[in-house]
Design a protein around this ligand. Structure first.
Ligand code: NAD
Ligand code: MG
Length: 337
């Protein structure tokens, strides 16, 4: 059984009197910084010069400083910058300002696991990785509940790394929901595999293939969109509430029979074989090498694929349909161009 920690295991005194620098004010950064402040911790937000987030952070009542200064005055440094920027910022602004006994924290193990960041032996290196996007980490905290998280200790220099990390998890609300113990290796490999094979990659490829199949067979694109994308949420909500059995109990017998007999034809032995290859590329470092190379080249393939995907038939149909459902449209759901 996995070890799961809760509020009773997250003793805030492990961080008492310690200043926390949260680097970045994006999805995770804004949630961590505001939750820490509301939990009574001394927080400073570290941002690069000219960051457009600085005004928002100040509006939220937070102190903002350049990254190097924030690190220099903090005891705990949480790195919430894009994974592809962390190694450079670490080398230039974090490493020169770290002191023995500090704790360096991450919300994803990528850079430690793939060794693009190699912290000195006298600092604690830990991870608190919320299992949800930042706006949920903030919203659930305000509601008095929390988002589950993972905790991992890469290096315990002070002998108190786990207690300090758990105190942090308590302060951002995650220990209310449960904090599962893992390693940087396990978190990094399972996180990448999950987003590639199912959460983002697998699911969006299934949606696109099913939509295209119906449209190519002459059905109305609007009907295909509702069937293959829109309704997916209702099904996933049922899975989330009670697993596959509850979803199958709630749909018709006809749908359940189709699930058992047709599902394994769509996702078959060849798919599993490909999933194993994807996992091998992650574990062997080939994916990390490819993605770091893409970042170093200025994201040419990534930006081209993003543009192509946004102008697909599926997305155009969706934009039209959502205009009929204005309550679904918020500023946030329209990607910046
Ligand atoms: P984000 O892109 O939303 O925010 C990144 C922040 O860093 C922004 O405030 C931006 O101002 C700043 N920034 C961007 N480029 C920079 C640069 N070159 N130099 C300095 N600052 C820069 O990132 P995020 O999604 O919050 O991810 C942060 C970390 O949290 C990552 O390690 C990610 O893997 C992890 N994580 C994210 C989620 C999520 O749902 N978004 C969930 C769990 C873990
Ligand atoms: Mg993830």
């Amino acid at each position: 059984m996995a070890t799961i920690y809760y509020d009773k295991d997250a003793d805030a005194s492990a961080l008492s009197g310690q200043k926390i620098a949260v680097l970045g004010f994006g999805s995770q950064g804004h949630a961590h910084a505001l939750n820490l402040k509301d939990s009574g911790f001394d927080v400073v937000v570290g941002l690069r010069d000219g960051s457009s987030s600085a005004a928002k952070a100040r509006e939220g009542g937070l102190t903002v400083k350049p990254i190097g200064e924030a690190v220099a005055e903090a005891d705990v440094v949480m790195v919430l910058l894009p994974d592809t920027s962390q190694a450079r910022v670490y080398g230039e602004e974090i490493a020169p300002n770290l002191e023995p006994g500090n704790m360096l924290m991450f919300a994803h193990g990528f850079n430690i696991h793939f060794r693009t960041i190699d912290p000195p032996g006298d600092v604690d290196v830990t991870m608190i990785a919320p299992k949800g996007p930042g706006h949920l980490v903030r919203r659930t905290y305000e509601q008095g509940i929390g988002t589950p998280a993972l905790v991992a200790v890469h290096r315990d220099a002070t002998g108190k790394a786990l207690q300090r990390a758990l105190a942090y998890a308590g302060a951002i609300g995650c220990a209310r929901a449960g904090v599962i113990e893992t390693s940087f290796e396990e978190e990094t490999e399972t996180d990448l595999f999950g987003e590639q094979s199912i959460l983002c990659g697998g699911t969006s490829a299934l949606v696109r293939s099913a939509f295209d199949t119906l449209v190519e067979a002459g059905y109305q694109p609007e009907i295909a969109y509702f069937e293959c994308l829109h309704e997916l949420k209702l099904i996933v909500d049922l899975m989330y509430e009670g697993g596959l059995s509850w979803m199958r109990y709630s749909v018709s017998d006809t749908a359940e029979y189709g699930d058992y007999t047709r599902g394994p034809r769509v996702v078959n032995d060849a798919t599993r074989e490909e999933m194993r290859r994807i996992l091998d590329e992650i574990r062997g470092g080939a994916f990390a090498k490819e993605w770091i190379g893409e970042a170093e080249a200025g994201f040419p393939n990534f930006l081209r694929m993003r543009q192509e995907a946004r102008s697909s038939r599926l997305e155009e149909v969706g934009r039209g349909l959502r205009r009929m459902m204005p309550w679904l449209e918020s500023e946030r759901k329209v990607p910046p161009t």
